[in-house]
Ligand binder design. Structure first.
Ligand code: WQD
Length: 332
């Protein structure tokens, strides 16, 4: 029996594949490689010494997806495939709704056709919208501030309604906070195309001398040092959360939303200091205007994941920065 990871060559997908393989599961990946590389598959196979069955395809391509299910004994799906750039989603909302919803609807129809009832969905803390009550727990109101976030919100609702109609379904909606870092081997990691939007990959390129300085988006927030505060979680802790969620779907039916965060908030300047220590490099920065749409603080109450999944994030900020830097140095 195998676990299918849609978008499995991407940042979260490939680290989740390593965790599943190391737990003895077989892994099948479907990825169109529009925002990922086959190199990540090779890296995961090298880390684990195990093979991954790979299909290059668009998850929305029903014929291709049915071939994957027909040719492999799938017992659970981890659904990571989807566009994920907040800014791009504001510029091209219809492209985001078409892609992220089509892939999900085709996946659910194909799962039904082949009798697959277990799914873990790559959701996001972005569904909590602009809530200013911290920490965030799963009972708090949801609502989004950009089309990317609304696709995650809508896909959660699609899975919730599907599970309400079909009592055999078991779905976990994993709300990621800020995944960062890389596998400790340095063989796989985050590989954004072009200039990174997110903080750690941007700082990494400043440390590597590929970018001149970091622009700190806002220094006047009501936070410990005036800069934005987020819940950064090591990608391998996030991967372990997916493994626990796959296990949970084996023993339970229904649909549950769960935060995957550390509950330990850090500011932009704390991240700059930590990365400078981990890399031994100066990280020049300048405080600029706030980025539209940003909130001052966003961090998790991770207690539901601890209770339901017996999972918590173990790795700290220094380890996140160390493993990111090792990956960046290995790529040069
Ligand atoms: C973090 C902090 C910025 C870049 C986004 C998505 C979210 C999720 C994670 C997918 C903020 C500051 C950043 C820079 C900066 N993705 N910053 N200079 O915005 O919390 O979340 O990525 O699920 O959905 O919204 O992450 O890394 O972009 O920003 O000062 O060059 O770093 O203002 O305070 P964010 P981020």
């Amino acid at each position: 029996m195998a676990v299918l990871i849609t978008g499995g060559a991407g940042y979260v997908g490939i680290h989740t594949a390593v965790a599943l393989l190391e737990a003895g599961k077989d892994v099948v990946v479907v990825d169109d490689f529009s925002n990922s590389s086959p190199d990540s598959i090779k890296g995961a196979e090298k880390i684990t010494g195990r093979k991954i069955t790979v299909f290059k395809a668009d998850v929305a391509d029903r014929e291709a997806l049915e071939k994957v299910f027909a040719g492999n004994s799938i017992d659970a799906v981890v659904h990571c495939a989807g566009f994920k750039a907040v800014g791009e989603s504001c510029a091209e909302p219809v492209k985001y709704y078409r892609n992220n919803l089509d892939t999900t609807l085709t996946l659910l129809e194909t799962m039904k056709k082949f009798g697959v009832t277990r799914a873990v969905f790559s959701s996001s803390a972005t569904v909590y919208g602009g809530s200013d009550k911290m920490p965030l727990d799963e009972t708090m109101p949801t609502g989004c501030t950009n089309p990317y976030g609304w696709t995650k919100f809508m896909i959660e609702q699609i899975f919730r309604d599907a599970a309400a109609a079909d009592k055999s379904l078991s779905v976990m909606l994993l709300r990621y906070f800020n995944p960062v870092g890389a596998h400790e081997s340095g063989l796989i990691g985050e590989d954004p195309r072009g200039i990174p939007n997110n903080l750690m990959p941007y700082i990494a390129l400043v440390a590597a001398g590929e970018l001149p300085r970091l622009n700190v988006f806002g220094g006047d927030y009501p936070t410990k040092d005036g800069t934005g505060v987020r819940d950064y979680i090591h990608i391998m802790d996030l991967a372990a959360g997916h493994l626990a969620a796959v296990g949970y779907t084996e023993k339970h039916t229904g649909c549950e939303a769960v935060n995957l965060g550390t509950g330990r908030p850090y500011s932009v300047l704390e991240m700059v200091d930590a990365y400078s220590r981990a890399s031994g490099r100066e990280i020049p920065y300048v405080i600029t205007d706030r980025r539209p749409g940003d909130v001052a603080e966003c961090y998790a109450d991770p207690s539901k994941a601890a209770k339901l999944l017996n999972w918590k994030a173990d790795r700290g900020l220094d380890e996140m920065c160390r493993d990111s830097w090792k990956w960046i140095c290995g790529k040069k």
